[in-house]
Design a protein around this ligand. Structure first.
Ligand code: ADP
Ligand code: MG
Length: 324
């Protein structure tokens, strides 16, 4: 388990202090896949780099498995860092080394104790690069480069895998292949994953829990399904709307969110019959969150019994809110 207690980071710029991370508390539990979402500049990378000791926070403490990271000597911080693998947006591979030697270097630096050659082949197989061990990074596609990045990050069997925009340089299809690979690896190895992205659609397929960051602050922290069915902060809502329906300003709509158990159609026609309301459907969308389908329906409702009609929907366990 990783615990951040009251972590903040400020940089001195001329005579002023620029706070890029406000005091933050966060616990990362073993075996979870935590997503960190936010716009560029929100402080995501700063937060991640305090976790592996690359950035020393201005205030607060980081505990990794109960050990206070910054009370350690530099050489022990470095050793602790080997329990954490890291993958990057631009892969950070050594271009003068082939795939085999890129992985070997990580094992050597990590003082790997067992048979290095068989570990390298095991890793190449795990990430789907078997047979490509003698390719140099410039002979690999973007997706293959990231597979190599993952193999290298996992070389020393880390307990934590930290991913900073790991799919942001890839096309959508390749990004999803990498997401599937990370899910498969997590199931096999139980590695705890922290995955930063500015892309909420990538996060929704991978993560079990999501924190949303904005201007150096965590503004929301929820299990993945709740982020998509009960978003609380307006910025979280607008992230969800970026995948469902971005309403024109002059329209006042109701947003209905429902899951497989209460598919909207029959409930809507019953509501119309009982309460004699007029319904105009503006937009409908379904999203697959992990293995579950969530429905989003955007409607205008008019009629004298509007309030009762909406209460009826809520009684059917449909999430209803005004999208003004
Ligand atoms: P994100 O990863 O969410 O895009 P970062 O954590 O990289 O955001 O950066 C957050 C803010 O901190 C940005 O405004 C960035 O310019 C600033 N920042 C990052 N590193 C430094 C630094 N070494 N000195 C001054 N400002 C920095
Ligand atoms: Mg970043």
């Amino acid at each position: 388990m990783i615990e951040l207690l009251n972590i903040s980071k400020a940089y001195q710029q001329k005579k002023e202090f620029l706070t890029v991370l406000k005091p933050t508390h966060l616990s990362i539990h073993d075996g979870e896949i935590l997503g960190i979402v936010g716009k560029s500049g929100a402080g995501k990378s700063t937060l991640l780099r305090t976790i592996n000791g690359l950035i020393k926070p201005t205030t607060g403490e980081v505990f990794v498995d109960g050990i206070s990271l910054f009370s350690l000597k530099q050489k022990d911080i470095n050793r602790m860092r080997h329990t954490m693998g890291m993958i990057f947006q631009h892969f950070n591979l050594i271009h003068s080394m082939d795939a085999y030697n890129n992985i070997k270097l990580a094992l050597t630096i990590g003082h790997y104790q067992d048979d290095i050659d068989s570990r390298i082949h095991e890793l190449l197989y795990l990430v789907g690069l078997n047979g490509k061990e003698h390719r140099y990074p410039n002979q690999l596609s973007g997706g293959e480069k990231q597979r190599l990045g993952i193999a290298r990050a996992l070389a020393n069997k880390p307990k934590y895998l930290l991913c900073d925009e790991a799919t942001s340089a890839l096309d959508q299809e390749t990004a999803h292949e990498i997401i599937d690979l990370l899910k498969e690896i997590q199931q096999k190895t139980k590695v705890t994953i922290v995955f930063i992205s500015h892309q909420i659609d990538v996060i929704k397929d991978l993560c079990t829990r999501v924190i949303i960051m904005d201007q150096g602050e965590i503004i929301e922290d929820q299990p993945i399904k709740a982020i998509f069915t009960h978003p609380i902060h307006p910025k979280t809502k607008s992230l969800v709307h970026s995948l469902t329906y971005e309403k024109p300003n002059d329209v006042i709509a109701y947003e209905l969110i429902y899951d497989q158990k209460n598919s909207g159609e029959a409930i809507l026609s019953t509501m119309i019959k009982i309460y004699h309301v007029d319904v105009n459907i503006l937009f409908a969308k379904t999203l697959k969150i992990q293995e579950e389908w969530i429905g989003y329906l955007y409607i205008e409702i008019h009629g004298d019994d509007l309030k009762k009609a909406i209460q009826y929907l809520k009684d059917q366990r449909i999430e209803v809110s005004l999208y003004a």
